[in-house]
Design a protein around this ligand. Structure first.
Ligand SMILES: [Zn+2]
Ligand SMILES: [Zn+2]
Length: 344
């Protein structure tokens, strides 16, 4: 079969590999769609040895069951599924509570990160990782498994603070951010302020239901402050889907006293924290800072339900498998709007 693999550190190319078979407890999935994630760029850019090579990338997968391995029940050929990409140990304190994204024994990784993923015609995955998607378009289902699940999980963590009438700032309206806006619209009654450097991304945020849009320029903090009011008031929740120094500075400059910062984007920036009350504070008193990671299977099931109801719809640009390397180049240059989805 054809697969797009990281054949050596930093090198992504299409190659021919043997079609995998479903081992015990596994399902062989014919890949219908796979999302291109910024994390894949981090994998490509990582120092040699950090990730296995060669490896088939792609951790946002939806497909159709081709064959089932020994011992698999509840799945049969033709079933349509989304793949939950994390494989926790299943036995630690976090996994037993369903929080495999916090597994205390298995380092962060998963399908397409620490074992072969979905940038291929077929992928073998543990049957326990599959969730039914019903009649949801696979091109829609794939981005939900990470670009949707990650902000869904972050919003779940902040849900007690997202009271009706509160304000949530979403920074970075890309693959994750444009879904974050829709999840907020679908599940809360908060005012949404979308922030991005790109006018096209801000237009997308408006179409997805953001109430205010702010261009990420040197005056961005002032313009957000005009909406949320001066300190100690501010945004109740800030979701930073970028995570570089300028966005982290914006985030901590507009969050309210007692507010919450959700650092979703892994852009490599640094957030200074100095626990003092006097000026200038690094961030307001009583602020919560969370670094969410991916999400849980239960949350993915809920998000798929939102997708099937038509309440969350990914804005996608599709590419055939052989153009996957080009899709990642466009992603790296910031030229993808919404999510790039590879259709093998
Ligand atoms: Zn990802
Ligand atoms: Zn575990």
């Amino acid at each position: 079969m054809r697969a797009v693999r990281m054949t050596s550190p930093g090198v992504l190319e299409q190659v021919e590999v043997p079609t995998p078979t479903a081992g015990s407890g596994e399902v062989l999935l014919a890949v219908g769609a796979v999302g291109a994630c910024h994390s894949d760029l981090h994998v490509l850019d990582a120092p040699p040895g950090l990730f296995p090579t060669p490896i088939t990338l792609g951790h946002e997968i939806a497909g159709t069951v081709e064959t089932v391995g020994a011992g698999v029940t509840g799945w049969s050929a033709g079933d349509r599924a989304a793949v939950y990409g994390i494989i926790g140990c299943g036995t630690c304190r976090a996994c037993l509570r369903g929080r495999e994204n916090q597994c205390r024994r298995v380092p962060p990784g998963g399908i397409g990160l620490s074992r072969d993923g979905g940038l291929a015609e077929y992928v073998a995955v543990p049957a326990s990782r599959l969730l039914h998607v019903g009649d949801l378009d696979l091109i829609q289902a794939a981005p939900l498994t990470d670009a949707g699940l990650t902000p869904y999980h972050a919003i779940e963590l902040a849900r007690p603070a997202l009271r009706p009438g509160t304000t949530c700032v979403v920074i970075g309206i890309g693959g994750l951010g444009h879904l974050a806006v829709q999840i907020l619209v679908a599940t809360t009654a908060v005012h949404i302020i979308a922030v991005d450097t790109s006018v096209a991304a801000l237009d997308l945020a408006t179409r997805m239901g953001a109430h205010h849009v702010v261009r990420a320029d040197p005056e961005a903090v002032d313009r957000i402050r005009e909406i949320v009011g001066p300190a100690p008031d501010g945004a109740d929740v800030v979701i930073d889907c970028v995570g570089v120094d300028p966005t982290l500075t914006t985030a901590r400059s507009v969050v309210a006293t007692g507010g919450q910062l959700l650092l979703v984007g892994l852009g490599g920036g640094t957030l200074p924290v100095r626990p003092v009350a006097d000026e200038p504070p690094t961030m307001p008193l009583e602020t919560n800072v969370v670094i969410p990671f991916w999400g849980t299977r239960a949350e993915l099931q809920e998000l798929i339900a939102l997708g099937r109801l038509g309440l969350v719809t990914a804005d996608v640009q599709t590419f055939p498998l052989e153009r996957a390397p080009e899709a990642y180049d466009l992603l790296r240059r910031g030229e993808i709007h919404g999510r790039a989805v590879i259709v093998p």
